[in-house]
Design a protein around this ligand. Structure first.
Ligand code: C5P
Length: 227
């Protein structure tokens, strides 16, 4: 396939406090990973590389084959690293030769709607080197030092970054080959390599499940969804 989607699911889930890797925690009947993969496989056909904690390959493959249906041959499972950046790198190394556009997606954004994947792919197809979904920042943002407000930040210039973040494969491979520091997202790494990254509309349902409160919210949303 022309598109590859790297789903990073190798995080420890420490902040969630569920006693195990976050991707395998349940939301309703299915795991976070399975919900994320349902969204991934609803997008146009792509190679899907799933990056998981050491020893969880078999579990991930079982979940992936259920989500993939008749696209099981498009699934690759690899082991991640100590940081998100290392896990993405492990996923990139497993992409097939014909992949030209790469999307990197957090499994923790389990409820991301398929249309967001399509928007990101469309932006790359229209010529962008990279494209990421963003949402406007709702709160007024202050600059704070200690307990003192030291300034206001112009909210109109700010946006919250989500995933899937999409890139031309050659651009992302080169940026990873050159990267040293630990970047918090792939767009920052690609921007550091000198490329312009486009913004496309994100989605409120793409929130990242990080804390117990996020997990409660996801469970309520899944529970309330029409069958
Ligand atoms: O920790 P956080 O939720 O910000 O991580 C974002 C995504 O990156 C999650 O889906 C998590 O599983 C993944 N990750 C990873 N390898 C790591 C750390 C995080 O695949 N070492």
């Amino acid at each position: 396939p022309r598109v590859g989607i790297v789903v990073v699911a190798a995080g420890s889930g420490t902040r969630l406090g569920a006693g195990g890797p976050k991707a395998f925690v349940g939301i309703g009947r299915h795991s976070i990973l399975r919900h994320a993969l349902d969204g991934v496989f609803a997008a146009p056909a792509a190679q899907v590389v799933i990056v998981v904690p050491e020893g969880r390959d078999g579990d991930a493959r079982t979940e992936a084959l259920q989500a993939a249906g008749d696209r099981a041959d498009l699934v690759t499972v690899v082991t991640g690293g100590a940081t998100r950046q290392q896990s993405v790198a492990a996923g990139l190394a497993a992409l097939w030769g014909d992949v030209e556009v790469v999307l990197v997606h957090d499994a923790a954004r389990a409820l991301t709607p398929p249309e967001v994947f399509s928007r990101v792919i469309a932006a790359i197809d229209a010529g962008a080197a990279g494209a990421i979904p963003v949402l406007p920042v709702i709160d007024t943002i202050k600059r704070v030092t200690g307990d003192e407000i030291v300034g206001v930040v112009d909210r109109s210039e700010l946006a919250a970054a989500q995933t899937p973040q999409g890139f031309r494969r050659d651009v992302l491979d080169a940026a990873y080959a050159a990267a040293s520091d630990d970047f918090t997202d792939d767009a920052a790494l690609v921007a550091e390599a000198g490329h312009t990254v486009s913004a496309v509309p994100g989605h409120p349902l793409s929130f990242k499940i990080t804390t117990a409160a996020d997990l409660d919210r996801a469970r309520q949303l899944v529970g309330a969804a029409p069958v």
